[in-house]
Each structure stands twice: as structure tokens, then as C-alpha cells.
Design a protein around this ligand. Structure first.
Ligand code: COA
Length: 320
């Protein structure tokens, strides 16, 4: 089951916030036993941005959220729900979405966080689509924001070079006949693999720990059939999708997926080289850049694909 029924839900605005501070691979060479060549060849990453010391997840989320609302031509008051996907919240209690709701002045809107690894923002989008499609909400603001700087284990060269900070956002609203709409969606988890990517609260285990090779193997074996099944259940085929918004984890993962599904690589817009893996912010940053570049075109199909800790997988199909 993948088809979305009910009131049409579409994307009416997108936004992003990228913090100023840049850390290049050359900067990493100075603090870690690594090289620009190794990082580039194994991941496709050249540089990543990190938040300032006094800049938190919610600060970045609020900026991206306001940008998306402005792009949609809406005021914060028009928002029925603020849904924040993050794996690096300012706090667990209260939820960071409530803090963001207050910061942007979306008075009266509901607010909740989604924690689902790098699949979180796609899961948050699915929650927003569900709320709009069943008639509960008119406009839902979905934000993905991460401050990974503080949870990175800086002594672990195999993970520290991969991640970056940032925020992306989109507004999902009731849409009219003939306008863009979400056609189908699916999320899946393999909880037996929950130990592959972990970060706890307090103690040594609060830092990010990842079994990189196992994650790589899991994603490369599970993602292609998951996407193929999803497309089939949505009444289409990977080759018939015009554009792909993909979680930016590793360029080799994107290339391997596209090769397996026989999709030309120019049907996506990678930005991993500039931002690294911004976890659950990455899908929405990628969406904002695709929209700005005019790649989500009327009359065409766009697919969203995400994967991450859990292990979790997710896909959405959008007809613009
Ligand atoms: N610089 C230089 N060498 C490094 C390094 C770094 N930053 N990190 C690891 N290495 C070394 C390892 O120590 C190992 O050395 P050895 O052979 O002497 O033991 C060698 O490089 C190969 O390590 P390996 O772990 O096999 O590399 P890899 O090709 O699997 O690449 C990752 C490592 C992490 C880039 C890769 O496994 C990966 O991208 N996994 C998926 C991670 C991911 O996308 N997670 C997010 C999912 S949402």
C-alpha cells in the first residue's frame, strides 16, 4: 500500500539555512589522520558547514522555516503544524518543534519532533501530508535541522569527516486540482539493525557511533529493491521518474542506486560536496536547491528517497 488518498497535498514553499563556518577536507587534514583524496574518493565530500558555538538546532530550524513560509507567501500565523525532524535537538523536553513554533510566532500551531535518523524529514513530510490529506490541517511546516557538530566523535576519523550542520524546510498545503500533489509514500524499518548507527544521551555513548561498512552494505542491498517495489506500487517505474531528491549520505551510495535502477545520474542534483551529510536536514536542503534550480517541473514526477539510523528507509512520489 503506497497510494495517498483524500485531499490533495502539495509543496507550496521551500527554504534552507546553511551556517557560515566552512570546514574543508584540508582543514580535517590538520586535525585528523586523513587526506582530501581519501574523503573525496570514498564519499564525494569536499567541505561541510558547522554552526557557530552559540547557534543551535532550533536557531537554524527557525531560519529555514521562515524562509519556506515566505516562499509560500504565508505568514507564521497560517501554520497549523510545525513538525521538526532532528537527531540533534536543543532538548528532549520540551520538544524542539515547540521552541521553533514560539521563535517564528506560529501561534496556535501544533508542534512535535520526529526522530528517525536521516529518514526523519521524509517521515515528517509523510506526517504533514497525512494531516493535510485527512482535512485536519491546511498548511504544515516541515523542517529538518541538525547540529551534528556537538555529537560527532572527533577522535573517530571514519565518521567525523562525513557530517555537517544545516537546516531545510518545506510547506505542505492543500493543493488544487491540476497543481502539484503527493501521489504515494512509504516508510520501512529494520529494527534488528538498530545498533548500526547510534548516539545516546549522556556518558561516552552520547557521541555518534557508526559501523560504516555495515551501513554501506545494508543500504546498497536494501535500498534498490525498496525503491523498485515502491515505484511499482505507485504505478510507475524508476526510469519514468523525471527527478530524484535523495538523502545525501555518500556519492557512492547514490551512484550505486542509480546504476542498479538504470537511472541517468543527471536526474538528481547532488550537493554532498558542499555540505557533507546533514542527516535529516539533507533531503529538505536538496529539495530547496532543486526547486531553486527549476528541476521540479510541472507535468513531471519527482521521487524522494531517504535512509538512515534505525535502520529506516522512506520514499515519496510527487507529481508536479
Ligand atoms: N581517512 C583516511 N583513512 C580512513 C578514514 C579517513 N577519514 N576513515 C577510515 N579510514 C581507513 C580505515 O581505517 C581503513 O584502514 P585499514 O584498511 O588500514 O584498516 C580504510 O580506511 C578503509 O576503511 P573502510 O571502513 O573499509 O572504508 P570504506 O570504504 O567502507 O569507507 C565510509 C568508510 C564510512 C566512508 C563508508 O563505509 C560509508 O560511507 N558508509 C556509509 C556511511 C553512511 O552513509 N552513513 C549514513 C547513513 S544515513
Amino acid at each position: 500500500m503506497a497510494i495517498i488518498k483524500g485531499i490533495q497535498a502539495g509543496i507550496t514553499g521551500t527554504g534552507k539555512y546553511i551556517p557560515e563556518r566552512i570546514m574543508t577536507n584540508a582543514d580535517f587534514e590538520k586535525i585528523t589522520d586523513t587526506t582530501d583524496a581519501w574523503i573525496t574518493e570514498r564519499t564525494g565530500i569536499k567541505e561541510r558547514h558547522f554552526a557557530a558555538a552559540d547557534e543551535n538546532c532550533c536557531d537554524m530550524a527557525a531560519k529555514a522555516g521562515l524562509a519556506a513560509l515566505a516562499d509560500a507567501g504565508l505568514s507564521p500565523d497560517d501554520t497549523d503544524a510545525v513538525i521538526l525532524s532532528t537527531n540533534s535537538p536543543d532538548s528532549i523536553i520540551p520538544c524542539s518543534a515547540a521552541k521553533v513554533q514560539g521563535m517564528i510566532g506560529a501561534s496556535g500551531a501544533g508542534a512535535f519532533d520526529v526522530i528517525s535518523g536521516c529518514t526523519g524529514s521524509l517521515t515528517a513530510m509523510l506526517a504533514a501530508i497525512s494531516g493535510v490529506s485527512c482535512g485536519l490541517w491546511k498548511n504544515a511546516l516541515v523542517i529538518g535541522a541538525e547540529k551534528f557538530h556537538d555529537i560527532i566523535d572527533w577522535d573517530d576519523r571514519s565518521t567525523s569527516v562525513l557530517f555537517g550542520d544545516g537546516a531545510g524546510a518545506c510547506v505542505i498545503s492543500r493543493s488544487e486540482e491540476g497543481k502539484g500533489r503527493f501521489v504515494s509514500g512509504r516508510i520501512e524499518a529494520d529494527g534488528e539493525k538498530h545498533g548500526l548507527i547510534t548516539a545516546g544521551l549522556g556518558g561516552k555513548e552520547d557521541k555518534l557511533d557508526m559501523k560504516g561498512q555495515d551501513v554501506f552494505r545494508f543500504v546498497n542491498s536494501k535500498l534498490p529493491p525498496f525503491v523498485e517495489d515502491f515505484c511499482r506500487d505507485s504505478g510507475t517505474a524508476p526510469r519514468d521518474i523525471d527527478f530524484w531528491v535523495i538523502h545525501q549520505a555518500n556519492m557512492r551510495i547514490t551512484e550505486s542506486l542509480f546504476k542498479r535502477l538504470d537511472i541517468p545520474l543527471d536526474r538528481t542534483l547532488p550537493n554532498l560536496d558542499r555540505y557533507g551529510n546533514t542527516s535529516s536536514a539533507s533531503l529538505l536542503i536538496n529539495l530547496e536547491e532543486a526547486m531553486t534550480a527549476g528541476r521540479v517541473r510541472p507535468g513531471e514526477k519527482t521521487a524522494f528517497v531517504a535512509f538512515g539510523a534505525g535502520m529506516t528507509l522512506g520514499a515519496l512520489l510527487y507529481a508536479a
